[in-house]
Design a protein around this ligand. Sequence first.
Ligand code: CLF
Ligand code: SF4
Length: 507
Amino acid sequence: MDLPVINAQPATAGGCASNACGSTGDQLAHLPEHIRAKVHNHPCYSEQAHHYFARMHVAVAPACNIQCHYCNRKYDCSNESRPGVVSEVLTPEQAVKKVMAVAANIPQMTVLGIAGPGDPLANPARTFATFRELSAKAPDIKLCVSTNGLALPESVEELAKHNIDHVTITINCVDPDVGARIYPWVFWKNKRILGREGAAILIEQQQKGLEMLTARGILVKVNSVMIPGINDEHLIEVSKVVKARGAFLHNVMPLIAEPEHGTFYGLMGQAGPTHEELQKLQDACAGDMNMMRHCRQCRADAVGMLGEDRGQEFTLDKIEAMEIDYEAAMVRRAEVHAQIARELAIKDQARAANAEFAGRPSGRLVGLKGDLQPPETRPVLMAVTTKGGGVINEHFGHAHEFLVYEASSAGVRFIGHRKTTPFCEGNSSCGDGESALDESLRMLQGCEVVLSAKVGFEPWGPLEAAGIQPNGEHAMEPIEDAVAAVYEEMRKAGKLDPLPVSEQKAA
Ligand code: CLF
Ligand code: SF4
């Protein structure tokens, strides 16, 4: 990113120092070189990378060895996917073919993950056959896996053997009493173990696996499903524990539970958190942990940039018809990756020059140059629409999601994303756009500005009426620059009350 990096904390040995892994700026600058090399093009481990690089999943793992109350086996794994969407399970051979076809056609695809629809490590033969083939045939693709952790300790050697540098463990609790309310059973040593006893085994295996992985230098991300009233407050403790054991990143995701998903929680009416509750918990955890805030809870067969799914372009029949010259594809992929690296380097240089000109290392808005700092002003949430590349390049009416940023005197930080339905797929006719616009307005709750490449006449009035200022003046600009500029305009226009002196932080 181009703007102020909010460096809230000093660097630590365990990974990112700030909340920057899910945040802004040259978030990787403080990391040791070998860690940077691992995460710079992984769209989940680096917020910056997710604007430029894509991932894909292959659904080769149908079975699971535990039961989560938020999962129905008929649907994708809730660890890493939206419930309610069925995946086609592939054989390892089909999966390898698909990966190579996608890599040849989407050169920005850097990471192959196995994340379901069950648990990859409960299907070790299928999972490792896929990894083995791919590491031989497509060595330029990073391999990634997501697991519930029950079978992790016995799989660590095999994971290391295949050069799997990124492992996600879904850890929802470190207390078996909490676990008993999330996991009705685990399947352990050929027996189904119920309730608290089963949860205790799962927790022990997760923590052991985490330690074994970090001891080998494998980067571990911990995913946690926030279940209000069950583990929400407890996740602060989870964050501390997993950080102490060497986890690199913590991803707190909202529970998705609807009756039509057929899950226990869905049927029992267990509610998921609101945007505000999720952000509050993520902020509370951030004091101890690098937080991921850009997770899209992907399907187990997702393809493309986070937030998009191009799976339909790569169905088995279409792949069969494709001629793939992977040698040539690797050359093309390397060129595209080098081009992105050059683009990012230019942005980093511009940011460094900005900071130097402003006379301060970071943590202040670009545009506030010189020695005098204005008084601290209240934070403002702004939504942006983007198709990727880190710039504002999506029309308001075409957006499938809003990225939400918080601008304050301290800088610009990424808060999260909110899914929506594009209210207008065409330029002039908006069909049943009214209800979709209502949905967009609801998703924009709490935001005072929405920045898009273009905002049409039709939504303009309702947005203003809802207290959200539409803004199309920063089309094609880097997101953080644009957000900072608008914040500065608001400050100059007197729209931001200075914070009381007692609430101002030392600059
Ligand atoms: Fe897939 Fe997971 Fe690897 Fe990413 S997803 S296995 S780490 S490549 Fe990413 Fe998707 Fe969130 Fe997962 S956005 S659900 S965190
Ligand atoms: Fe479902 Fe994944 Fe939990 Fe297994 S680990 S029950 S597949 S959410």
